[in-house]
Unconditional design. Structure first.
Length: 262
């Protein structure tokens, strides 16, 4: 195994950071300072030290996290709570989020120290589907749905989105659906505007552009007021996980994800 990969998978830092540590002379292999990140080591028998402390090989790790709204997908932030703030009992050095969710978006977010896993899931060429549940102000007719399914323009300087899947669950007036969806938890309009249409459903995309789901629905006149990612590929968000909770992915779940990426 390469030395930089060993350190990254041992939670010393990201692959990029550990290369810097190695080149700065902070790493020893069998008592000798090594400055070449690509050197091959034997993780079972070689003695690896970082800053003169023995490094224990951790291996690849994969977490499923139920992201709540109101926190940002970042490691640190001066003003906002981040997704990493929920992992107080875990050493998150070298572990990173797979893709990202907007601050107000809830749902399935993955974490790993496996760069190839991240590439397989997030690379646009792999066409891994991400499914979202949405509630939006507005309505969707057959023509709107057709536009979204066939690909739609969401920006002057951008290509048309790839074909998507959309399923409308319910539609009606805000005042009729407010209590059913518990809309007041995250959006409360003036009563003078209660008689405006609301629509809910599922939108499945295979890209990851910035604010893509919101922008696609906005392009057909819908303003998203609630958004939750419920699946990536064939992996569904564990309903037993409360917001802010996480767990390790099972081997079957990992293989299920990677199997869709080959």
């Amino acid at each position: 195994m390469r030395l930089d990969k060993f350190l990254a998978e041992s939670s010393i830092g990201t692959r990029k950071n550990v290369r810097i540590y190695i080149k700065d002379g902070a790493v020893k292999v069998n008592g000798k300072v090594i400055t070449e990140p690509s050197i091959e080591i034997k993780e079972d028998t070689d003695i690896i030290e970082y800053l003169n402390k023995l490094v224990t090989y951790r291996g690849k790790v994969y977490y499923m996290f139920h992201k709540p709204g109101g926190c940002i997908t970042a490691r640190k932030d001066e003003t906002n709570k981040t997704v990493f703030d929920f992992f107080n009992e875990v050493n998150m050095n070298g572990i990173f989020h797979v893709g990202r969710l907007d601050k107000d978006t809830e749902g399935l977010l993955l974490f790993t120290n496996d760069g190839e896993f991240n590439h397989q899931l997030m690379c646009p060429e792999k066409h891994v589907e991400k499914k979202y549940f949405f509630i939006a102000l507005g309505s969707l007719d057959k023509e709107d749905i057709k536009k979204i399914e066939n690909g739609i323009s969401i920006g002057k300087e951008e290509e048309i989105t790839k074909p998507a899947k959309i399923e409308v669950i319910k539609s009606g007036m805000y005042e009729d659906l407010e209590e059913e969806f518990d809309i007041r938890k995250f959006y409360n309009i003036n009563s003078n505007f209660y008689e405006q249409p609301v629509v809910s459903g599922y939108l499945t995309i295979s890209e990851g552009r910035k604010h893509q789901v919101k922008r696609m629905l906005k392009a057909v006149g819908c303003y998203v007021i609630y958004l939750k990612r419920i699946s990536i590929g064939e992996l569904d968000l564990d309903n037993s996980l409360k917001k802010g909770q996480y767990r390790i992915l099972s081997e079957d779940e990992i293989q299920k994800l990677l199997g869709k990426c080959i």
